[in-house]
Design a binder for this molecule. Structure first.
Ligand SMILES: O=c1ccn([C@@H]2O[C@H](COP(=O)(O)O)[C@@H](O)[C@H]2O)c(=O)[nH]1
Length: 293
């Protein structure tokens, strides 16, 4: 797919590309990706009302507490969308506050549609000046990797990134993602290979990442040629720790240095106290520092 993209328009230098910006942020702050997931249960635990004022207090408190310490902040769009337009307005503020604090904001929206509609999603999330423009978004390739072309082009032309769902952290993903297509391999591997083609030759890393759950079994995927970031949700509340990350991504030629372990509830449950939230981030970062990169 990437071989057929039009040439880069050249509006940004190498330092403006997402892969380069991410590598610099990880070098400075470590690989942890902190999630902002305003679950109704967490709002209750923080003693906040289950309305948009509670959403706003929760999301901005979490963002202001942690965004200055992590390379990547990942708001989960679904929890904001649940409150309609007022929730989206809060999400816009979270994106702005996360970026102002120096984090790269990865908006977890998992969008995927036919190409013409995908172009509208690309305009919404990957275009300078759009109210919901983030540094990167999650996308679903399950309408065909080629359907992502408008997002791939928009991301590349604007210095943004994509994280393509490959082998997700939920147990239900296995049946579809480990299915074997007629040409062999697995569906998930074919997605990794398509992303790798987009990243070929990029230094220090490409702009097209994949999502591979930290909860998955080792040996299912060959990530050696990806040359791009790997978002690994499932670290923390879903049960994966540093040992699981090392088993899944470690080893002499393993892609551990490209991995962004993502944790939401395990950090957020320590709020609303900002110092406690920051301490939870530090604890996760310390645990990750023990991994070879
Ligand atoms: O495969 C995937 C893809 C995305 N997610 C998202 O990550 C967070 C995980 O939250 P935790 O509280 O750390 O479990 C959440 O926003 C998911 O939608 C994922 O879990 N798995």
């Amino acid at each position: 797919m990437c071989h057929s993209l039009p040439p880069l328009r050249g509006v940004r230098g190498v330092t403006g590309r997402f892969g380069a910006r991410l590598a610099a942020a990880v070098a400075e702050r470590g690989p942890l990706c902190a999630g902002v997931d305003p679950h109704p249960g967490l709002l209750r635990a923080w003693d906040l009302p289950a309305d948009v004022s509670g959403l706003e207090r929760f999301a901005l408190t979490a963002t202001e507490a942690v965004a200055g310490d992590v390379a990547v902040l990942k708001p989960q769009s679904a929890f904001f969308e649940a409150f309609g337009s007022a929730g989206i307005a809060v999400l816009e503020r979270v994106i702005a506050a996360g970026r102002a604090a120096g984090a790269l904001v990865l908006l977890d929206v998992k969008r995927g549609d036919i190409g013409s509609t995908m172009a509208a999603y690309a305009a919404a999330y990957l275009t300078d000046g759009a109210p919901l423009a983030a540094d990167a978004v999650t996308v679903s390739p399950y309408l065909g990797f080629g359907s992502l072309e408008p997002a791939l082009t928009a991301a590349r032309d604007s210095g943004r990134g994509l994280f393509v769902l490959a082998r997700t952290s939920n147990p239900d993903g296995a049946e579809l993602q480990n299915a074997v297509p007629p040409r062999g391999g697995t569906v998930a591997q074919s997605i990794v290979d398509e992303a790798a083609a987009c990243n070929a030759g990029a230094r220090p890393s490409g702009d097209v990442g994949v999502v591979v759950g930290a909860t998955n079994r080792p040996g299912e995927l060959d990530l050696g040629s990806l040359n791009g970031p790997i978002l690994a949700p499932g670290f923390g509340a879903q049960g994966a720790g540093p040992a699981e990350l090392a088993r899944l991504f470690g080893g002499p030629d393993g892609p551990l240095r490209h991995v962004l372990p993502a944790s939401s509830r395990e950090i957020l449950r320590h709020g609303p106290d900002a110092a406690a939230l920051r301490a939870a981030v530090r604890k996760a970062q310390d645990a990750l520092a023990s991994l070879p990169r």
